[in-house]
Design a protein. Structure first.
Ligand SMILES: [Zn+2]
Length: 643
């Protein structure tokens, strides 16, 4: 902490000042805070599991330990990987180079996607139809670009230009590494950048993408094809292993009509270069060190990271990202205690109780809408720790000697697994995060809140800590995920997860007015020089924090400690509650990473998450005796009360 600072002036520094001064971002990272410390702890736990599994030569063939160990051992065999250079992608490059016309181009797009090699031109996945949530449907989305956001292509300020140059250098380097003469490689970089810029210009912004109605366009396959005469979707989908589906969802139809035009207005030779690039960039992290280093140099320009993350860490993350539910089985055996699940279920049920009280007490919502909100609240499904039914990756071939092929096999397996869901009942046991993940999520179409084992540890959760610490930490995280069901986007889904309005017009108007005030509060937060928080992009997360922390406080006040005044280490229970919240969000971030976060991340920076919710809560003012004249002071009538 930094007790020389007044909490009402700068609560962030008051709660975490000394820690922030003493914990700069390590050279291999782009940010450093509570989340990263726990992630570091977890990745080391994962490394230990992987090393053990890889060293266990007596593990039974086909067992979880054998498959996980083989994957990691192959990934760590840098001598073998070095020797191969770019041999693993030579066949792809050779085949792609033969593409001569639009038909060949589209065939190749389908082939690369189904083999897990690359995802060029557009996005595609299979998911629940959000207006008919018991049905899985093919969904097409805007895509085809490489830089983290359309803005990076379309803006020309100094920061964007620097990143564009780094991106072109990256393209040039990878092409020269496969033997392309320097001048041609440079020309390729211009070609690819200009083509991707056209795709970027056809994309919607991230703020527009938050609108679940605008991005819901159900089309028959025939009508989709009519809107894009250069693409026969029926035949393309068949090549993508999707047959027997006559309707699709398209998030941005305009993107696809633009793409349709580009298919013929851009020379096929340029598209050919673009496809080669897609093979190259998707494979670079799994090839020899020259490719990996070029990839790092590019990401450095984006994030500011000083030195490359060590190989063991990258490969541990890759194992988690690729066969996470195999690794997860070993992880929870060692690092998840059944008592934690019991305690979590109790916390969740207390948070739901608190939320119910808060909904009943809302002064801005009618009884009709309250009834619907409560029905939704009671329909939430919580998931804690790890899946009841593990994904076993049956049929996925993992070989201790062939790292690259393992990654490809996993990509292909994942693709097949995804399309195999079509025509089947929705599998509600599925998880969207792996067990070691230090995070949590809400799914509107499932109406579920999910907490992987990874986050159920200090500083979020500690069975031995007092309630103030747990309610200000994991309690607020639980409240945050519940609140996503009631944020600007999630609140448009009903208790069954269906995108369907359940609000009266007046209630919705009042909700939006309050949300707008919250948006303006965050818009005013500056991050560096001219960069400020995007209140619209971060609105859902900020509603999550405000609703979540308020509900967590309400639930905390029902505990014995919450009702007492007993001090611990000189702090009252309420002070400890808010300090726990603040210390979860403390951290340092590199300026480059901060700039990227503002453009791409719907979460506000930790510094502003620390204060954004408390300044709207009377309890915080009372706990720290915050008075008019203090820098963070908001008059009672200006404090925003949403949930
Ligand atoms: Zn969130």
């Amino acid at each position: 902490m930094d007790l020389t600072v007044k909490p009402g002036d700068d609560f962030y520094t008051y709660a975490s000042g000394a820690w922030i001064r003493n914990n700069p971002v390590p050279a291999k990272e782009t940010r450093w805070g509570s989340f990263n410390l726990l992630r570091e702890f977890n990745i080391n736990a994962v490394k230990e599991i992987l090393n053990e599994a890889a060293a266990n030569t007596s593990a039974k063939p086909g067992s979880v330990e054998k498959r996980v160990g083989d994957f990691y051992a192959a990934a760590m065999d840098s001598a073998a990987i070095e020797k191969l250079g770019y041999t693993p992608i030579k066949a792809d490059l050779k085949r792609v180079k033969k593409v001569k016309d639009v038909k060949g181009l589209l065939n190749e797009v389908a082939y690369l996607r189904t083999t897990g090699a690359a995802s060029p031109m557009f996005g595609f996945y299979v998911g629940q139809d959000r207006k008919d949530v018991n049905t899985m449907i093919p969904q097409f989305s805007q895509g085809g670009t490489t830089l983290p956001d359309r803005d990076y292509y379309l803006k020309d300020d100094a920061r964007s230009q620097k990143i564009q140059e780094a991106y072109k250098t990256y393209i040039t380097t990878l092409f020269t590494l496969i033997g392309t003469p320097e001048a041609t490689a440079q020309k390729n970089a211009e070609t690819i950048f200009n083509l991707e810029k056209k795709l970027a210009a056809a994309q919607m912004s991230r703020v527009e993408m938050r609108d679940p109605y605008k991005t819901y366009n159900k089309l028959s396959v025939a009508d989709f094809s009519k809107s894009t005469p250069n693409v026969d979707w029926k035949s393309l989908m068949a090549k993508m292993k999707v047959t027997g589906e006559d309707t699709v969802l398209v998030n941005n139809p305009k993107f696809f009509t633009e793409l349709n035009g580009l298919l013929t207005s851009v020379p096929t030779a340029d598209w050919n270069t673009y496809l080669q690039w897609n093979v190259l960039k998707s494979s670079a992290p799994y090839l020899s060190s020259k490719f990996v280093d070029a990839n790092f140099a590019y990401s450095q320009a984006l994030s500011g990271q000083k030195v490359q993350t060590p190989r063991w860490q990258r490969m541990s993350q890759l194992t988690d990202g690729t066969i996470g539910e195999l690794l997860g089985q070993l992880y929870v055996q060692k690092h998840f205690k059944p008592e934690a699940k019991e305690r979590m279920n109790e916390l969740i049920s207390n948070l739901i109780k608190a939320y119910e009280i808060r909904i009943n007490n809302l002064d801005w919502m009618s009884a009709t809408t309250k009834e619907k909100a409560l029905a939704k609240l009671h329909a939430f499904t919580p998931k804690v720790g790890y899946p009841d039914k593990w994904k076993n990756y049956d049929g996925l071939e993992i070989n201790r000697k062939t790292f690259f092929q393992n990654v490809r096999n996993a990509g292909q397996w994942g693709y097949n697994d995804m399309v195999s869901q079509l025509g089947k009942p929705v599998d509600r046991s599925k998880w969207g995060m792996t067990p070691p993940t230090v995070n949590a999520y809400y799914s509107p179409v499932m109406n579920e809140i999910v907490f992987p084992a990874g986050i159920l540890q200090f500083p979020f959760f500690d069975p031995n800590a007092d309630d103030a610490v747990n309610y200000g930490g994991i309690g607020a995280v639980i409240g945050h995920e519940i609140s996503h069901g009631f944020d600007d986007s999630g609140s448009q889904y009903d208790k069954d997860g269906t995108l369907r309005n359940w609000w009266t017009e007046e209630d919705r108007a009042r909700f939006e007015e309050k949300a707008k005030a919250l948006q303006e509060q965050y818009d005013a937060y500056t991050v560096l020089d001219t960069v400020h928080v995007n209140g619209k992009l971060t609105l859902g997360e900020n509603i999550g924090d405000l609703g979540g922390l308020s509900a967590a406080y309400e639930a905390f006040k029902m505990t014995k400690q919450g009702q007492s005044n007993e001090m611990i280490d000189g702090f009252t229970p309420d002070q400890r509650f808010f300090l726990s919240w603040a210390q979860v969000w403390r951290g340092n971030i590199l300026p480059e990473a901060a700039a990227q976060q503002i453009v791409t991340d719907p979460h506000s920076p930790g510094q502003y998450r620390t204060i954004g919710a408390p300044v709207n809560m009377d309890a915080w003012y009372e706990a720290f005796n915050v008075k008019p004249g203090d820098k963070l002071y908001k008059a009672p009538e200006d404090r925003i009360r949403l949930w």
